[in-house]
Ligand binder design. Structure first.
Ligand SMILES: NC(=O)c1ccc[n+]([C@@H]2O[C@H](COP(=O)([O-])OP(=O)(O)OC[C@H]3O[C@@H](n4cnc5c(N)ncnc54)[C@H](OP(=O)(O)O)[C@@H]3O)[C@@H](O)[C@H]2O)c1
Length: 306
């Protein structure tokens, strides 16, 4: 059995574990004894390693045939020093992972003014967070080219699941942009993104390939929240003109609200051989609305900010 190394065994990677364990011997990095114990319970061999500490990464060299990298870049700067440290450690061994899957973000496209974004659209990051992602993608491309690896980059939009709905918006009461001036957004269910990671690790063709790891239904941001509010019986935040929203939310929140793009996922649907369980976020929300137990659990995750 070949060996897969997961760097960043967080929510999405853990959702993929049952499928991955059928095909791979799985190793995963961890940063706490608790994480190590829960990985062991899942049948995964934990390896203590922190991407912020280069010395802890030397033990990752030469261990694996494939790499699933889901750890995010650091929280500041324009570059991803974490990926740089990881790749430098991996390059020191003779055995280099020949398959690499990386979860990036659709933020690398920047603002498309509501236009469609196929993978051929040149990236144009609009903020430091997106520049760090693009830097990670570029490092991985260079590494893959140099070492003859297959590389799959999955550019994900907003990830959601029952346990991770963006309910902070309802708790804070921060306003949204009114529909006629609103930005477009896409979503992906965490289980579907996990399934796409599994499918990407099975991809046949060599070389580097980028996919928009998105559902099929772009929604104006306020529409996503309107449907979420209806599904959970929550009051909608105020819908205000664009300029007023900009003036009243934090720069970080505005950076998410201002960028408008619709992800074209046809390459993903055509090539990866994975059938999305939730091709439309609206279908997921309609089902959630019908299930009292799931609704109650989802509502229990709502932060109490007000
Ligand atoms: N939230 C969104 O809507 C969204 C959208 C697009 C893309 N993404 C990206 O998609 C990826 C997967 O998402 P997810 O929900 O599975 O993320 P997650 O649950 O936050 O998992 C991230 C993992 O990275 C690990 N990690 C963080 N810093 C590390 C470091 N310095 N050294 C080693 N490991 C480190 C974390 O370890 P610990 O458990 O020890 O912290 C965690 O296991 C992430 O990169 C995320 O940023 C997110």
């Amino acid at each position: 059995m070949r060996t897969l190394l997961i760097v960043g065994a967080g929510d999405v990677a853990r959702r993929a574990l049952p499928s991955l364990a059928r095909r791979w011997r799985v190793l995963a990095t961890c940063r706490s004894p608790q994480a190590a114990a829960s990985l062991r319970t899942a049948g995964v061999l934990p390896i203590p390693a922190d991407l912020d500490h280069a010395a802890s990464l030397s033990r990752l060299a030469g261990l694996a045939d494939a790499l699933l990298l889901t750890a995010p870049p650091p929280g500041d700067g324009m570059q991803d020093a974490r990926t740089r440290k990881l790749l430098s450690a991996l390059a020191k061994a003779e055995r280099i992972p020949q398959r690499i899957v990386y979860i990036s973000t659709s933020g690398v496209y920047g603002d498309a003014g509501g236009g469609w974004c196929p993978e051929t659209r040149p990236p144009a990051p609009d903020n430091a967070r997106a520049w760090r992602r693009l830097d990670a993608e570029r490092q991985l491309r260079r590494f893959a080219g140099r070492h003859g690896c297959q590389l799959t980059i999955l550019r994900a939009p907003g990830i959601y699941a029952d346990e991770r709905l963006p309910l902070g918006r309802f708790a804070s009461g921060a306003p949204l942009i009114r529909p006629e001036e609103d930005s477009w957004s896409n979503h992906i269910h965490a289980d579907d993104l996990a399934g796409l990671c599994v499918a990407a690790l099975r991809r046949r063709a060599g070389g580097a390939r980028v996919y928009n790891a998105s559902d099929c239904q772009p929604l104006p941001i306020s529409e996503w929240y309107r449907r979420l509010a209806a599904a959970l019986g929550l009051p909608m935040p105020a819908l205000l003109p664009r300029d007023e929203v900009r003036a009243s939310v934090s720069p970080l929140t505005w950076s998410y609200l201002r960028e408008s793009r619709r992800l074209d996922n046809r390459r993903l649907m055509r090539e990866l051989g994975y059938r999305l369980r939730w091709p439309e976020a609206a279908g997921y929300l309609a089902q959630l609305a019908q299930d009292e137990t799931r609704r109650a659990k989802a509502l229990a995750t709502m932060p109490k900010i007000r």
